[in-house]
Structures are given as structure tokens and as C-alpha cells.
Design a protein around this ligand. Structure first.
Ligand code: SF4
Length: 278
């Protein structure tokens, strides 16, 4: 069974440069006040693994689920079947597991990444870094091509507790970060910037840690350090997001150490008005 959160058949924002199918797993040990997937923090919506697998196979081929006969067991989908489907998929070239915290369901991660491999999709994992041992197990299995690790703020307490609502998380995230560096897996470090956290000096400190680890592990493969503009989630009291200019200033400060990118919803300026698109 998989505690399933949802599926996005085609995303171009989760893995920049790739068209990805994203599966969200429900459940997360953290309680970030601005959680972007608040509805997935808790609850149970179990589905059979083979049902989810069939949906993924159908989506990557661009068919509706009923068009492919559901099988009682995923193991009955042979590699030959899978590669035939893969060869005819229309757009999707990557598979991303997100959440919640996907590593809360390690067995499901293994099976889903195994399925992605058989479909010849590149595999990406979005994680908070809360489960370093589980991350290591997955990387040892060689079934993850890229990790996207969320760094909420500088890796010490009480800053991390303030950002995640839970104590003792910073040390776990630091360990996960070290594992990414050590294994040489391609990874992006992402930091979502909110008005109260992290500050410019904290962003610079994160960049300093990334630079230091990169020096300690010559095979490490940090592809991007991305600053994302944080917005109020649905149902949350509105706040003014940190301005693009302030984020660019942070990027300049941190960019003296490592390359930094800034992501924010596009702002289209017309004469006399401003409209935003995501
Ligand atoms: S780690 Fe992600 S899913 Fe979990 S509470 Fe924080 S923002 Fe939400």
C-alpha cells in the first residue's frame, strides 16, 4: 500500500529543464508554518501499489487509465511491456517523487523509482533531508538520478526549529546534505525565502556550508542553489512576499561563494498595471 497524496502528470517546474510526472506521497514529520503542501502533512489515503503503478504507466504514455488493463501485480508488467510504453510516451522524460516527505515511505520510494527505471524515466527525489539513513539507502541502490533538498534556513537550532516547527532537525538535514555530496549524486539545494526567515546573512551561511562541503568532497555534484520566493499558502494570513530585489541581493551575497539562482512567479508589467502569473 502507498499513502498517496496526488499526481501531476506533467510539470516543468519541479525539475528545471525536464518534463516530469510528479507523484506526491502523503505524510511528513515536519510542521513548517508556511508548508506549501499543508494538506499532505497528515492523513491516510492508501492505495494499492499496482493501482498507482498503472496510473503512472498510463500517464507517461498519455493514455487514460481505463485504456490499459489493470494488472493484479506490478511484477506482471514485464520490462518489455514497459519499454514499449516508454518508447511511445509523448512528453514525460522524468519522474519526481515529492510530498509530504517521500522518504517516510521508503519501501514505496524503492518500488516507484524501480518502476521509473523500467520506464526509462530519469528519477528525482524531493526531500526535506529529515531521513539521512533512508536517503543513503536509496542512493546506494543507484535508482535516484537527482535529489532536490529543501534547506529551510541556516543549519542550526533554534533557527531550524522555527522554520520547521520541530526540534533537532538541523543535524539530520546537515547529514543528508553530506550524503548528497559524498555520493556525488546530482542535486539542487533549494531555499524558500519568507519575510521572517531566512535572512540574507543566513542565506550566505547556507552557501558557505555548501561551498565547504563541495571542497571536502571533490566528486560532489551540486547543480544549483536556488532561492525561491515564498508566498502565503491557501488559508494562511496574507503577507507581502520578500521582493525580487531583496532576493537578488541575497543571491549576490551568497553568489560570491557558489552560483545561486532566483525563482519567483513571473511578473508581467503592462503600462499602468502589474499582473502576476505562476
Ligand atoms: S517539509 Fe515540506 S511537506 Fe513537510 S511540513 Fe515542511 S513544507 Fe510541508
Amino acid at each position: 500500500m502507498v499513502n498517496f497524496g496526488g499526481i501531476v502528470p506533467l510539470s516543468t517546474v519541479d525539475w528545471l529543464g525536464k518534463a516530469a510526472l510528479v507523484v506526491f506521497l502523503r505524510g511528513c514529520p515536519l510542521r513548517c508554518p508556511h508548508c506549501h503542501n499543508h494538506a499532505l502533512q497528515t492523513g491516510e489515503s492508501d492505495i494499492e501499489f499496482h493501482a498507482l503503478a498503472s496510473r503512472i504507466v498510463c500517464r507517461t504514455k498519455g493514455l487514460h487509465t481505463p485504456a490499459i488493463k489493470l494488472r493484479a501485480n506490478l511484477h506482471q508488467i514485464s520490462l518489455e511491456d514497459a519499454s514499449i510504453r516508454a518508447s511511445s510516451r509523448p512528453f514525460v522524460e522524468a519522474f519526481v517523487l515529492s510530498g509530504g516527505e517521500p522518504l517516510q515511505q521508503l519501501k514505496a520510494c524503492h518500488r516507484l523509482f524501480g518502476l521509473a527505471r523500467s520506464l526509462e524515466l530519469a528519477s528525482g527525489l524531493e526531500t526535506s533531508g529529515f531521513y539521512p539513513d533512508r536517503l543513503k539507502t536509496l542512493l546506494e541502490g543507484g535508482i535516484v538520478d537527482k535529489v532536490f533538498i529543501d534547506l529551510k534556513t541556516v543549519l542550526n537550532e533554534p533557527a531550524y526549529q522555527m522554520a520547521t516547527g520541530i526540534g533537532g532537525v538541523a543535524a539530520r538535514v546537515r547529514e543528508s546534505l553530506e550524503i548528497c555530496h559524498e555520493f556525488g549524486v546530482a542535486f539542487d539545494a533549494r531555499c524558500t525565502v519568507f519575510p521572517e526567515l531566512p535572512s540574507c546573512s543566513q542565506v550566505k551561511e547556507i552557501a558557505r556550508i555548501l561551498e565547504k562541503l563541495g571542497g571536502e568532497y571533490p566528486d560532489s555534484h551540486l547543480e544549483h542553489f536556488v532561492l525561491q520566493q515564498g508566498h502565503p499558502r491557501e488559508g494562511e494570513s496574507w503577507f507581502e512576499p520578500v521582493s525580487l530585489e531583496a532576493m537578488q541581493e541575497m543571491a549576490r551575497a551568497a553568489g560570491q561563494l557558489i552560483p545561486v539562482a532566483v525563482r519567483a512567479p513571473a511578473v508581467i508589467k503592462w503600462a499602468g498595471q502589474i499582473s502576476k502569473s505562476t
